[in-house]
Ligand binder design. Structure first.
Ligand code: NAP
Length: 276
């Protein structure tokens, strides 16, 4: 048994993705969603230990709160101060953050794009942005500029990319190979866009981490401007794929995971459509 803990957790896609993967491989495993209220992360981790739960996806509001309860953290989890995946190894619970690795794997899947040497812009400076910044720098991006509204958050996120990180401005988008929307802007709020679409052009890749609506205002605008673009389904699937491998030791059946998400949320969008 594996679990996802969060509040709210009823709409988490983790059960959909992982249970489809277990079924696809014929593994006698199940993932269940466990609502854990804010403040109850320590008790939940004790429960995970007592019940011998093999793996746990961690979502809001517990990504930082579980850290003090774990035995070990990966490099990414420590740098980011956030855990989204707990794996039991013997008696030990190990916390990782699989979002960044999942994001980069999604870039390869959607666009056959390797960030090495690329000029990247990340819009937003929250948890998802930080994971993406760290992963892009590790993947060898030439530069990672962070553009956001709260200067302290932007500077802290940019710092994660070391000397290749910088605080960007709205016009940083003009010269970027890759533009990532890591803000919630465009999520079910009509036509709002996280950057000026006039700055987007052919030859650029625009990755929106938002996937509700399926074709986000940014993906629509980017495709209209001749850029390649896709929503956040790939990051969702690939971060889960990394967790799946941590827990089971098996390669994740990524295409079965995409199929399950697509069937649940009504399809995929942008460049991802041509891959499915
Ligand atoms: P978060 O930690 O709350 O960070 C949100 C960031 O967006 C912050 O930097 C915030 O600015 C900025 N922001 C919020 N509203 C804004 C606005 N109206 N205009 C400009 N900037 C705004 O959230 P998160 O966990 O990073 O998630 C961000 C988005 O990514 C969400 O839509 C989430 O659903 C999506 N996401 C997708 C995946 C996936 O697998 N596809 C994974 C994780 C997250 P401040 O710094 O000023 O607060």
């Amino acid at each position: 048994m594996v679990a996802v803990i969060g509040d709210p957790v009823a709409h988490s896609l983790s059960p959909v993705i992982h249970n489809a993967a277990f079924a696809h491989l014929g593994l006698d495993w199940v993932l269940v969603a466990l609502p854990v209220p804010d403040g109850a992360a320590p008790a939940a981790v004790q429960g995970i230990r007592a019940l011998g739960i093999r793996g746990t996806s961690v979502t809001m509001p517990h990504k930082a709160a579980v850290i003090a309860e774990l035995d070990e953290l990966t490099h990414d989890a420590r740098r980011l101060g956030a855990v989204n995946c707990v794996t039991r190894s013997g008696d030990r619970l190990i916390g990782d953050n699989t979002d960044g690795a999942g994001f980069v794997a999604g870039l390869v899947h959607d666009f056959d794009f390797d960030p090495a040497g690329a000029s990247c812009v990340v819009l937003g400076a929250g948890g998802a942005a930080r994971a993406v910044v760290l992963a892009l720098a590790r993947a060898g991006a030439a530069s990672v500029r962070v553009v956001g509204r709260t200067p302290a958050n932007v500077a802290a996120a940019a710092e994660l990319a070391g000397e290749r990180g910088a605080v960007g401005t709205p016009d940083s988008v003009d010269s970027a190979d890759l533009i990532v929307n890591a803000t919630p802007v465009g999520m079910g709020d009509g036509a709002a866009l996280p950057c000026d679409p006039e700055r987007i052009g052919a030859g650029q890749i625009v990755a929106d981490l938002v996937y509700h609506p399926l074709t986000t205002p940014l993906v629509s605008a980017a495709l209209r401007r001749g850029a390649r673009s896709a929503n956040g389904v790939s990051m969702l699937v690939h971060q889960a794929a990394v967790a799946f491998t941590h827990w089971t030791g098996e390669d994740a059946p990524v295409e079965a995971m995409y199929d399950a998400v697509g069937a649940h949320i009504g399809g995929v969008s942008g460049d991802l459509s041509s891959k499915r």
